[in-house]
Design a protein around this ligand. Structure first.
Ligand SMILES: Cc1ncc(COP(=O)(O)O)c(C=O)c1O
Length: 487
């Protein structure tokens, strides 16, 4: 088979590099299939009219990165199992070396490349303890369909552009009421902006409040996606340790020489340790932010799920000096592809955020905003949360019991009082990689907490999501894990 490959002698990129990028692209986009034979170095050099050394150099690189393999006496083939992250991450760093990258990429693009901002890969397994997804099969689909068709049947003005960058007014009113009742957030609907999830809320905060080099203090361990957004903006990250009461506020004093512009926290359910920021720490943090002219990002991503303890009011509701940017999401209570979250802003910041939002995407789809408004106003959200809280509480108890039964003293369970996941510290001689591989071989997906840490090389800590699993799956999954860990 001939490979049609365009090489350009006039650009400043060596031929072997151009060839490498073309073949790699062909593998990643499926033009070359797994197990497909590719031409020999001799044949390819002849058909492209380039030296054999050029082709050999390129093949060596593809070989060392796991794209191709050689079978002695048979030929060269595309590998059958490409590493998952290669398939997801497209050749991001190779663009920088290309002619396009050298002449056209912005500083922001360069920082995305430098900071390795990849799409997460996740374990694939029949029993998957991945975190962060609600139980999809318990979503009230029939009701959602009814609300959708109600709006499709009645009027059609949701087909037009919206006129308000903050989002659909009735939805903002409904969210303001909901937050005031359930989280003691104090806001007017005019302070609520509907965002494309927490992700966009964080992105907008970065664009409007942070310049490259500005310092952001953040929980360590903490939410990796937030960290990536901060890094992409060129922020300087200052990790602050957490304990069983959440962020250790006095540790901020270690950065006395820095002007900390923002502090990112997940106070209702610290991600990933699950610690709940105590009331005294909340007040201490607010006082610290006020006296150091820092703003706080309060990411309240799953506070709807609390098991037992009374809720502590949101930082935003305790704040007297307008220094909190409060954000939440419907990704956990409804479903993540809805892509609806909210950002509650100090009044003074509303106009500038509205302008940036409009420039970024004008607004979110109106149909989903209408449906969600009905869902909240008619009491379905409250009922759904009540039902799901019961369900997750049961899953959580099954998981805690199974872990305690199988591992006893060898583990410490953290943060099981809220949310959709808990964290486990294991006493083991095995590396995280060995545990993950061993679990995968038994059909169990596990996630190490290692990548959530900014500082130090912490091992033996795992995040266990339980929201997508049945009682039987949880028990079976832990039983299989014990085979590896207790052996
Ligand atoms: C700490 C934290 N914040 C926010 C989110 C949700 O983000 P989004 O609203 O963009 O789906 C998650 C999802 O797992 C999370 O772990």
């Amino acid at each position: 088979m001939d490979l049609a490959i365009a090489l350009d002698n006039h650009i400043d990129v060596p031929l072997h590099q151009q060839l490498y990028e073309e073949i790699r692209k062909a593998i990643l986009n499926g033009r070359l299939l797994p197990n497909q034979r590719i031409p020999s170095t001799r044949k390819l050099s002849k058909s492209l009219g380039i030296s054999r050394t050029t082709v050999t150099t390129c093949y060596e690189q593809l070989f060392s990165e796991g794209y191709i393999r050689t079978i002695i006496g048979s030929g060269t083939y595309v590998c059958t199992q490409l590493p998952d992250d290669l398939l997801h991450s497209a050749p991001i760093e190779s663009i920088q070396k290309s002619a396009l990258g050298q002449s056209s990429l912005s500083e922001y693009a360069a920082s995305l490349i430098k900071n390795d901002v990849l799409i997460n890969t996740e374990p694939q397994a029949s029993i998957n303890f991945r975190y962060g997804r609600p139980a999809f099969e318990l979503f009230p689909m029939q009701l959602w369909r009814k609300l959708l068709s109600r709006h499709c049947r009645s009027d059609c003005h949701w087909l037009n552009y919206a006129t308000d960058a903050l989002g659909y007014e009735r939805l903002r009113e409904a969210i303001a009421r909901y937050l005031s009742q359930s989280r003691a957030v104090q806001c007017e609907p005019e302070q609520v902006m509907i965002t494309n999830g927490t992700q966009q809320a964080l992105y907008l905060v970065m664009r409007l409040l942070i310049n490259p080099g500005d310092a952001i203090a953040l929980e360590d361990p903490g939410y990796l996606s937030a960290r990536r957004i901060f890094l992409a903006q060129g922020a300087k990250l200052l990790p602050v340790p957490v304990d069983e009461s959440g962020l250790i506020v006095r540790e901020l004093e270690n950065y006395r020489g820095e002007h900390i512009k923002l502090i990112y926290v997940t106070p209702s359910h610290q991600f990933p340790t699950g610690a709940i920021l105590s009331l005294s720490r909340r007040l201490e943090l607010l006082a610290w932010a006020h006296s150091h002219q820092a703003m706080i990002i309060e990411d309240d991503y799953d506070s709807e799920y609390r098991y037992g303890d009374r809720p502590i009011p949101a930082l935003q509701g305790l704040d007297k000096s307008d220094c909190v940017l409060y954000m939440g999401t419907f990704s956990k209570v409804l479903f993540p592809s809805l892509r609806i979250g909210y950002l509650v802003l100090p009044k003074i910041l509303v106009p500038i955020f509205a302008r940036a939002k409009w420039l970024s995407d004008k607004h979110l789809p109106l149909l989903e905003q209408y449906v969600l408004t009905d869902f909240i106003e008619e009491g379905h959200l409250e009922r759904h949360i009540r039902k799901m809280r019961k369900h997750y509480d049961h899953c959580r108890q099954v998981l805690v019991q199974a872990l305690s039964d199988r591992f006893g003293e060898r583990i410490t369970i953290l943060g099981e009082k809220a949310g959709l996941h808990l964290m486990v510290k294991l006493q083991t001689q095995l590396t995280d990689e060995e545990i993950i591989q061993g679990a995968a071989s038994l059909g169990v997906g596990m996630m190490s907490a290692q990548s959530q840490y900014l500082k130090g090389n912490v091992t033996g800590e795992f995040i266990f999501g339980y929201s997508e699993l049945t009682q039987q799956q949880i028990q079976e999954g832990i039983y299989r894990l014990a085979k590896i860990l207790v052996a």
